[in-house]
Write a protein that binds this ligand. Structure first.
Ligand SMILES: Nc1nc(=O)c2c([nH]1)NC[C@@H]1CN(c3ccc(C(=O)N[C@@H](CCC(=O)O)C(=O)O)cc3)C=[N+]21
Length: 297
């Protein structure tokens, strides 16, 4: 069989380009007399990984010229106090976007906290109103990781190549699987969603022109399962130990064995991850514009 020259999709470069575009739009926005868009980030507890993510988001928010407002709450904060903060941020006219870093401590009802966020400030796109808008094809805030996946696919294949393509989404979470399936459907793909109860995953993968893997299982998908020439978007970010005892990030797809079979594949790290943050910044500007438009309406 002929070996395909597999192209690595550079998510880091695509994210830098998207953020440069956001920065230019922010400059325009403020030049026309609007206040700087502001993103409030709420972190509960002391999880070191979450702290690193949040710092990174705040740094990048400021790098594109927007305001970052951090709220760091103790791990044992009660639910009512967290809901009270969300209500304050909803009512604050200076705040355009609200992100509550997940996961939250176990004693907090995550669904209730997300439900309390004003849908028009919900830059994560996780509120049921935004999920409904996405499902019904209405304007709203779209979850960052799925949006990043679609942008990478459009840039790699072009919008016309998505029409009618068999797209397989592996995973059905509210965060990634379901919204990415909606976006692919909106781009006219023929969409299949596989999950833990799927009978024959390798068979489903074999039929797919596009595979979006979002299960969180290291190297679950073998390159040999792929249709030759398929495009792979790997959302998985799994921390594993190498035989040498070092910690390493790997995706849900076995990147090495996909070489020579896939036409295009996102690496981990450097693929979807950086796009998630770039889309968060784009969503924050969009939320500012959306709120302004609704105020005028
Ligand atoms: N409310 C909320 N919204 C989120 O969007 C959210 C969240 N909570 N909780 C945690 C997850 C995780 N997440 C990532 C974002 C960027 C990278 C990223 O840029 N990763 C780099 C590597 C980072 C590394 O080296 O550890 C990459 O893939 O190249 C990863 C993970 C957003 N999340």
């Amino acid at each position: 069989m002929t070996r395909i020259d597999t192209q690595r999709i550079d998510g880091k470069a695509a994210a830098a380009a998207l953020s440069a575009e956001t920065a230019a739009k922010v400059t325009e926005w403020t030049a026309s007399g609007h206040r700087r868009p502001a993103l409030a980030v709420v972190l509960v507890g002391e999880d070191p990984a979450s702290q690193v993510y949040v710092r990174n988001k705040q740094r990048q928010t400021e790098a594109v010229g927007m305001r970052s407002i951090g709220h760091h709450l103790p791990a044992d904060i009660d639910q009512a106090a967290l809901l009270h903060l969300v209500a304050e941020l909803n009512a604050d006219p200076e705040v355009d976007g609200i992100l509550v870093q997940l996961p939250l401590p176990k004693h907090i009802d995550t669904a209730r906290v997300i439900a309390a966020i004003d849908p028009d400030k919900d830059v994560d796109g996780l509120h049921v109103v935004n999920a409904g808008r996405l499902a019904n094809g209405l304007a709203g805030l779209v979850p960052c990781t799925p949006l990043g996946c679609l942008i990478l696919l459009e840039q790699t294949l072009g919008r016309e190549a998505l029409r009618g393509a068999n797209a397989l989404v592996i995973g059905r979470s509210i965060l990634v699987g379901k919204p990415v399936a909606q976006l692919l459907l909106g781009a006219n793909c023929t969409v299949t969603i596989a999950h833990g109860s799927t009978r024959d995953l390798p068979d489903a993968v074999r039929a797919a022109d596009i595979v979006v893997a979002a299960v969180g299982r290291p190297k679950l998908i073998a390159g040999g399962w792929l249709k030759p020439g398929a495009t792979v978007i790997d959302v998985g970010i799994n921390r594993v130990e190498t035989p040498a005892g070092k910690s390493q990030l790997v995706g849900d797809v076995d990147y090495e064995s996909a070489q020579g079979i896939a036409a295009h594949i996102t690496p981990v790290p450097g693929g979807v991850g950086p796009m998630t943050i770039a889309c968060l910044l784009a969503n924050t500007l969009k939320a500012a514009e959306l709120r302004r438009a609704r105020l005028l309406a």
